[in-house]
Design a protein around this ligand. Structure first.
Ligand code: GTP
Ligand code: MG
Length: 215
């Protein structure tokens, strides 16, 4: 399955310039998503949809991934129109994963599990959500919330849809996942800070573990 990362927004809530290339522990945000996708067996080609609002994102991705990731120039200003344009420009006529650039804790295991859920769902499209209590547990107050069968859920920024029918609204299923990694979208400075803390904790834990195993 190919993947398209949407990366042409204004980043206005974060207010640090082009959000996809804002650095998190020395690495651009979008690189966390690209690296996770590159390490996922079931993912084929990776595309990044930039816009006139994100020129640096395009050049950084091109330099860093040396032709392995294709940059698509969209018009900007309309997320859905840009997504349709990108799927067509990439000539994808099969199911395609559309992701946000701001989910840095995403990892290959989660991506594989999401693809497996899609393959078993029997519906053309699937959207991934986090229950609101997972976001609240992280101290995040999401500004987009849906009501699903009486539960409040928040879009995780990962969708799969059928590329050959991208211009039409497709029936979709909601995949609700409790993983913290999917609940942490970076929209604000507070979320960026929270993510820094979580990544530092993970790296401290693994340092402690390797110390224990070498002792
Ligand atoms: N190509 C393209 N990408 C978009 C567009 N709008 C948002 N995106 C990307 O989609 C992802 C999720 O969007 P948001 O989290 O709202 O990011 P944003 O629009 O840059 O930030 P805000 O201005 O704070 O809403 C980000 O990776 C954006 O770069 C668009 O109109 N065109
Ligand atoms: Mg936006």
């Amino acid at each position: 399955m190919d993947a398209i990362i949407m990366a042409g927004g204004f980043g206005s809530r974060l207010g640090m310039g082009e959000k996809p290339v804002v650095e998190l522990l020395g690495k651009p945000l979008i690189s966390y998503v690209i690296d996770a996708l590159e390490n996922t067996e079931s993912i084929g080609k990776i595309y990044v949809a930039v816009s006139p609002a994100t020129p640096t994102t395009g050049s950084i991705v091109q330099n860093r991934y040396d032709g392995r990731v294709e940059v698509i120039d969209t018009m900007g200003g309309n997320y859905v129109a840009d997504m349709v344009y990108a799927v067509k420009a990439a000539k994808i006529t099969e199911p395609v994963m559309i992701l946000m650039s701001d989910i840095p804790l995403l990892n290959p295991e989660l991506i594989e599990q999401i693809i497996e859920e899609y393959n078993n769902c029997g519906t053309p499209a699937m959207s991934v959500f986090s229950p609101i209590y997972v976001c609240k547990g992280l101290g995040i107050r999401p500004d987009t919330v849906f009501n699903w069968k009486g539960k409040l859920i928040v879009p995780a920024g990962i969708n799969i849809l059928d590329g050959k029918d991208v211009e039409n609204e497709q029936p979709y299923v909601s995949l609700i996942r409790e993983d913290l990694e999917l609940a942490l979208n970076i929209n604000t400075v507070a979320e960026l800070q929270k993510c820094k803390e979580m990544l530092s904790e993970i790296s401290n834990e693994s340092t402690a573990q390797s110390k224990v195993s070498s002792d």
